[in-house]
Design a protein around this ligand. Structure first.
Ligand SMILES: Cc1ncc(COP(=O)(O)O)c(C=O)c1O
Length: 385
């Protein structure tokens, strides 16, 4: 029997192992030089002025909301189709969350649905303070259109780019901050690069960067220019706000930094795998999520759309053959914790259609040609029965 194939996994080489071992043998396991180097390298890669590392993508989203002033009573919106963290970050701040419908062909926020929701919210005086925009599967949303709708209304934008490190939009890397206030990445093992657990926030605003840095470390600063009391001895530090210990360790940063050097190679391989799926599956009349014509996806996920309510049966048949696909995602509003009424669910036609059909196929840099052929042949066999 063949080995199991999973939908995603990390690729670790000897350089990565050595980077972690070197850090283990160094003076700093945390709060040392690797974190600053990783932050600088990531900021350089995406073209942002600042990058702030933290313990995971969820913490990064929480900090991004806090840094943009989300507090109790505020309203935050996010995409109906995302990981729950895109919504929970607002709830951690005491805000309420509301969902925007998606375009079932791309999986990303529908600009038409957003336009309509903004119009309604203007009438009812219930506009959001922040929108968390999700680049599903690594494919950028229409950020220019979204920003043109939101900026005049004073709505801040956070890009949840946990799937999209290495993607680009209008010729710039996602994370460069042209159309948003903060952009958040995750380095969970299935993502573009890994630091085991880890996250990063990029921003071009130096005050936001300062706040993020403090909030990730208890709200504490030691920086001489930030202190409220001047002329203090060297040991002195101040807690200026209520923050968290959301720091990334140097061990994690060393792994992330080593992985970042291989990011472009990883994305190139993911793109080849995506293109092979696209060509082979079109023969069986299966379609993949549409790509943004103004962008280059990071191909974090390859989502195939299985029509006629057959998705769950196909998923199970593949699992029986040890091909472990996944669904990204059930709409957040269907989770018991976030559940909305059945009548309200009916208003999300894009998310419901996507939810019925979507299936994430295996994609990761060292997925072999033979493994991919096994996935393709098994899938075509099952859908053509
Ligand atoms: C879209 C999205 N947002 C946020 C997160 C949270 O990232 P992390 O697992 O690093 O906390 C994930 C992780 O799966 C994600 O896919």
């Amino acid at each position: 029997m063949s080995d199991p194939i999973h939908y995603g996994k990390q690729q670790i080489d000897q350089d990565d192992v050595q980077a972690v071992v070197d850090t283990l043998n160094s003076a700093f396991l945390t709060q040392g030089p690797q974190v600053a180097q990783f932050e600088q390298a990531l900021a350089n890669y995406v073209g942002s002025a600042h990058a702030i590392a933290c313990s995971n993508g969820t913490a990064a989203l929480h900090l991004a909301c806090m840094s943009l002033g989300v507090v109790t009573g505020d309203i935050v919106w996010t995409s109906a189709i995302s990981f729950v963290a895109s919504a929970n970050c607002a709830l951690y701040c005491g805000a309420s969350i509301s969902f925007i419908d998606i375009d079932a062909d791309t999986g990303n926020i529908s600009v038409a649905a957003l336009t309509q929701k903004l119009q309604q919210a203007k009438h009812t005086n219930s506009l959001p303070k922040v929108i968390v925009v999700v680049h599903l599967a690594g494919n950028s949303c229409d950020m220019q259109a979204i920003s043109e709708l939101c900026k005049p209304l004073g709505i801040k934008l956070i890009e949840d780019a946990c799937h999209a490190l290495g993607a680009s939009y209008q010729g710039d890397k996602v994370g460069n901050g042209k159309y948003s206030d903060c952009c958040v990445f995750s380095f969970h093992p299935v993502k573009s690069i890994t630091s085991a657990e880890g996250g990063m926030i990029t921003t071009n605003d130096s005050n936001t960067a300062k706040r993020l840095k403090q909030l990730a470390s208890h709200g504490i600063t030691k920086h001489p220019t930030e202190l409220q009391l001047a002329g203090q001895p060297n040991w002195y530090y101040e807690q200026q706000s209520l923050g968290y210990n959301y720091r990334l360790s140097d061990l994690h940063a060393a792994l992330g930094l080593s992985q970042l050097a291989k990011l472009n190679t990883f994305i190139e391989r993911r793109k080849q795998i995506f293109q092979q799926y696209q060509t082979a599956l079109s023969v069986g009349n299966l379609t993949l999520l549409e790509q943004n014509p103004e962008g280059e996806s990071a191909h974090h996920l390859v989502v195939v759309l299985i029509p006629n309510n057959k998705r769950d049966a196909v998923y199970q048949r593949l699992a029986d053959m040890k091909i472990h696909c996944q669904l990204h995602y059930m709409p957040i509003y269907r989770q018991p914790y976030h559940r909305i009424s059945d009548a309200a669910i009916k208003t999300f036609s894009g998310a419901e259609q996507y939810f019925a059909n979507a299936l994430s196929l295996p994609v990761y840099p060292d997925l072999s040609h033979q493994q991919q052929q096994r996935v393709i042949q098994s899938l075509l066999e099952i859908v053509n029965e």
